[in-house]
Design a protein around this ligand. Structure first.
Ligand code: 6GU
Length: 311
């Protein structure tokens, strides 16, 4: 069964990168069902207003709660109707840049422009119990809720650990704020009924949550079973738990052995696997101390030997 991913934004065009590469392939295969929604589709006024001045004064604008409430309610209803995860749901709708042609704002943006009938993505889930994911199934699907992610510089840090946790979820809904943010009552309203996380991707300020969501979706997407070309790469990452945990990746080399006078470190050509492993650990440690002293300081001294302490 795949993961369903809903993204709500006033700039759906930001998400065209999700049509290509790893994520695009996962969508084509049905591992990922990504639906990008235009928030303004849930406004009712001619100007499609999504923001207003902040109570208490101050600069900028705040996103109105009513439009967010309608958007999130509709998407949750749609996801429940389709069955969540939506591995089972017919792939319909317009290409990624298109807003809905007619009627309900709920169409999302499946990657293929193919018609509903004969879509290569339609079909039954590969695994799981027969009823799971069926639009007609009762039980948990009828009351399924997504995990809601609100990207904001004031959120908890998005880490590899959180990426792993989110990669295990069947349904994520990203609510992208612009301006000074979304009226806080929206997070309170949904937080009472489902998991809502405000997450930041780093200590700098972006103009909106869109790019942060692209970052998070890529980090999560490459962890999904079958998404990454090489299954080993994902568990071997700098920030993944495991053998070289808490160390940055060291330098890497490929052919030719000499390029513009720069030689590949001799040990890598030696064929001595023990020496190579030791050298890689040394380089990883050296780099961690140089680039991320706070990570180096957090290394358990028990995992260091006499040789390490001299680095
Ligand atoms: Cl998640 N959003 C915005 N607007 N700025 C950020 C961020 C998120 N993370 C770091 N800076």
């Amino acid at each position: 069964p795949g993961m369903r991913l809903d993204i709500v934004s006033i700039f759906p065009e930001y998400f065209s990168p999700l049509d290509v590469s790893l994520i695009g392939k996962a969508r084509e295969r049905g591992t990922l069902d990504v639906r990008v929604h235009q928030l303004r589709d849930w406004t009712h006024d001619v100007h499609k207003t999504v923001d207003d001045t902040p109570y208490g004064g101050g600069p900028g604008m705040v996103m109105k709660p009513e439009v967010w409430g309608e958007a999130i309610d509709a998407i949750i209803a749609d996801g429940r109707a389709a069955g969540s995860p939506a591995a089972d749901s017919p792939i319909t709708g317009s290409p990624i840049t298109g807003s809905p042609a007619t009627g309900s704002p709920i169409t999302g943006s499946p990657i293929t422009g193919s018609p509903a009938t004969g879509s290569p993505i339609t079909g039954s889930p590969i695994t799981g119990s027969p009823a799971t994911g069926s639009p007609f199934a009762g039980g948990p699907e009828a009351s399924a809720t997504p995990r809601i992610i609100v990207p904001t510089p004031s959120g908890r840090p998005f880490t590899q650990e959180i990426a792993q946790e989110l990669a295990a979820e069947p349904w994520l809904l990203f609510a992208c704020g612009r301006y000074e943010g979304i009226d806080s009552r929206v997070m309170r309203e949904y937080g009472a009924r489902m998991r809502v996380d405000e997450l930041s991707i780093g200590d700098y300020v972006l103009a909106g949550g869109e790019v942060a969501v692209l970052v998070m979706v890529e980090a999560i997407g490459r962890l999904l079973p079958g998404v990454l070309g090489n299954v080993h790469s994902a568990v071997d990452d700098s920030f993944a738990p495991g053998a070289m945990r808490n160390l940055l990746e060291g330098p890497v080399y490929t052919k030719p052995p000499v390029w513009r006078g720069h030689e590949v470190p001799e040990v890598l050509l030696s064929g001595h696997h023990g020496k190579i492993a030791r050298w890689r650990r040394d380089e990883a440690l050296r780099r961690t101390v140089a680039n991320r002293p706070e990570l180096a300081a957090a290394i358990d001294p028990e995992t260091l030997d006499k040789h390490d302490r001299k680095l």
